[in-house]
Write a protein that binds this ligand. Sequence first.
Ligand code: GLU
Length: 536
Amino acid sequence: MNYKKLADLLFPDVNSDISYYENLYPERPNKFVTRFAPSPTGFLHIGSLYTAYISNIMAKQNDGVMILRIEDTDSKREVIDASNLIIKDLNDFNININEGINSGNYGPYIQSKRVNIYHTYVKYLIEKGLAYPCFLTEEEISDIRKRQEINKERIGIYGEYACYRDLSFEEVKQKLESNANYVIRLKSPGNFNERFTFEDLIKGKIEFPSNDLDIVLLKSDMIPTYHLAHVIDDHLMRVTHVIRGEEWLSSLPIHYQLFRIFNFKMPKYAHISPLTKKEGDTVRKLSKRKDKECLVSYYEKLGIPDEVIKIYFNTLINADYESWYNSKSDNEFKFTFKKMPVGGSLFDSDKLINISKTYFSRLTAKELLDKTLEYYKKYDIDFYNVLSTDYNYSINILNIERNIKKPRKDISSYSDIKSCFWYFFDEYFYKLNRWNEYENVDNNLLEKYMEYYNYKDDKDTWYTRLKEFASENGYSPSVKEYNDSPDNYKGHIGDVCESIRIALTSLKETPDIYEIMQVMGYDKVIKRINKFVNRK
Ligand code: GLU
């Protein structure tokens, strides 16, 4: 067979001189080059973000290059819009892209714009007798599959099933003249009974059988499959580290073989274990159909900051990150592939929430308020208006139990700010308060307290005087005394505090009531107690 003639017949207008591209995209000696290669699906899956994030960490740590490559060979979507969405999400997470779409010398970075390149390399393979047109119809392929299933054989086109491997030039020509549909397949030189060893940066040494499948390189529309595009793109972009999802590990023998037959240097691979979710007794991959928490936008709406997701990712990527984070060390944390998990990583919402609480507790009130305002400006303009009316008042609210050794940890998202602090604002308080839930509060006591209360008291004085006030009004100043002889008292100091708390907030549980009163100020405290006492 004259393979050159066959190649010209199939690709008359394509040059098969691959040295053109080899020279156009020179090697980048001693550079760490990695990439994120999403398909433009219109939203970002948390698992893809996780992969992009890891790639970016490793690129930054190694002073390397991070490429964004859009893999749109399957996509019927508007690629530019979908790509812009991805870029926005990556920006939000500080994932720096050094090359992609609009910049870089190794492009184009959108696969649909690289079709000439793929054709050049495929023509080159055909000339070498390593690829061929295959005219199997879909029905024939499905029949082969059924036969293989019945005979318990491996599925795929190989050996006797690869029946178009050795067609003569004339036979191919005839087929083309009759307008038969075809794809271009690899003429795999592999033997399934031979094995090779491969070293994954995360999973270590793995043994695989060699590939003997004649996999499709170009589909019938002459658009490449993932396998071909991955190998050519990562080679020509001079990628040194392919960091990708574990689901690609099983195709590695195909990629290994393609790198060999093209005589390309193989990059290093790091296959990332998937994020998983526990459901009853089973653990499964996070799924975009079943899990709302699988979309990056879900966290944004909920008000979980990107920083928190990053911290959580870090704890998943290298387990010892967490103790580093908790120790508040100034040294930079160094991530390594070796410490990345080999099995799946449980994406645990409770843990994420805990990390978020710690994160929020470490912000200054000003940092927190500024970020909170940004959130409400987008998601709840009414609360934004209320929160921004008196900036200092809002700062004081957020400062309650913040600048202390063990700061309060009750906020896990921006949306919690409203659910935790709404009662400070009259606009919400008089609409939403739950005073009517409390029948038995001692109105008399509260009425007297309005006269007794001195805003200027410091905390200790306030509490000492509160105990005196309790005693004067038939309440025990200590819980213990009350418990010893409950018949002697109307209640104890805790009940006094609770009455004040209910009048001021309509809640039974709040942060420190003294601090709440200090923040509200004398007038608001008196007005609320007064209204409470006189409620219908
Ligand atoms: N487009 C592929 C995906 O989204 C990329 C895999 C890779 O990183 O090579 O899964």
